[in-house]
Design a protein around this ligand. Structure first.
Ligand SMILES: O=C(O)CCC(=O)C(=O)O
Ligand SMILES: [Fe+2]
Length: 317
């Protein structure tokens, strides 16, 4: 049995039976594998081929994939992550945005078709996971409804010389939740174990997807947002720290879908759920795009902003 078997596996067709397992995984691991997710294996492999062709395009074409929100467009190899590059599609819930992305990169009709079908399926899956998370906590079931989602396709150019070095530095995801199609052959992803602080390899498990929770899902934010602290008061959603290491001298590809946060409103507790005695607001309400800009400008990418900034900025009145 490989170490990857440590990461909990959730069967999406087995609900509500697996509700508690889902909450436990979100609190103790901040990540879990999902099986029976209804994304066809052929669509996953077709999308992976499209991802490869798009990231193999010349840099001048990839640069047409400009930012829609801070950091959402093409990311070229950099000093910090020289082996990594990625393209981004902000708002996959919008067919218009998906087609714009395809046009920027001169995608063929067949590639467009794959990107559209993948976007629709993964978006539907994200909403389903949102419902299952909410229902598992005994809440109304439209947690992610209307929240923008961003797709990011990643390429790691690993060589014999780069073995042992970092593909992507240690970070948390800034969004609420990420659905990752990791490379089914090439490992390298590692998550930090909450208790020991040690990195645990997440080995490929073909046909499955990996879900991990980001800064916007941490316990205090979600507690104040949903007021569920009484339901699982000693529980905490864990915004898992992770990184990608070069383990093999080959190209590694991955596809990440980030469920960001509410579109218009900042993420905050609804007023009727806040009372200063029992449920004081813990963090200053913040809009996802502002949070994202703050992360990029401060360079604090491993969740430190939640305590250093959002709490410090807050004034009880
Ligand atoms: O490539 C991977 O497996 C992980 C990528 C990642 O952590 C991210 O895009 O935030
Ligand atoms: Fe990540």
């Amino acid at each position: 049995m490989g170490t990857s078997s440590l990461v909990p596996v959730i069967d999406l067709q087995d609900f509500p039976s697996q509700s508690q397992k889902l909450i436990d995984a979100s609190q103790e691991w901040g990540c879990f594998r999902i099986i029976n997710h209804q994304i066809p294996t052929t669509l996953m492999s077709d999308m992976k081929s499209v991802v490869r062709s798009l990231l193999d395009l010349p840099p001048e074409i990839k640069r047409r994939n400009t930012d829609v929100i801070a950091g959402s467009g093409y990311v070229a190899p950099s000093k910090v992550n020289p082996l990594y590059e990625g393209l981004g599609l902000y708002d996959i819930g919008s067919t218009h945005a998906v087609l714009d992305f395809c046009s920027q990169l001169d995608a063929s009709p067949q590639q467009r078709d794959t990107i559209l079908r993948y976007s629709q399926s993964i978006h539907k899956l994200a909403m389903d996971i949102g419902n299952k998370l909410a229902q598992s906590m005994g809440l109304a079931s439209d947690l992610f409804m209307g929240w923008p989602c961003q797709l990011r396709i990643n390429k790691y150019s690993f060589t014999p010389e780069t073995l042992g070095s970092s593909g992507v530095q240690i970070h948390t995801d800034s969004a609420f939740l990420t659905i990752l199609q990791d490379d089914e052959n090439v490992g390298g992803l590692e998550v930090m174990d909450k208790k020991s602080g040690e990195f645990v390899p997440v080995d490929p498990m073909p046909g499955t997807l990996l879900v991990n929770l980001g800064d916007f899902a941490t316990s205090d934010l979600i507690d104040t947002f949903t007021n569920v602290s009484k339901v699982w008061s000693n529980g905490r959603f864990y915004n898992v720290k992770h990184r990608v290491q070069c383990k093999e001298a080959t190209i590694r590809l991955s596809i990440a879908l980030f469920v960001l946060g509410p579109k218009e409103a900042p993420l905050e507790a609804p007023p009727e759920l806040v009372d200063s005695e029992n449920h004081p607001r813990l963090y200053v309400p913040i809009h996802f795009e502002d949070y994202r800009k703050l992360r990029l400008s401060t360079g604090l990418r491993a969740g430190e902003l939640l305590t250093s900034y959002l709490q410090a900025m807050f004034h009880f009145d």
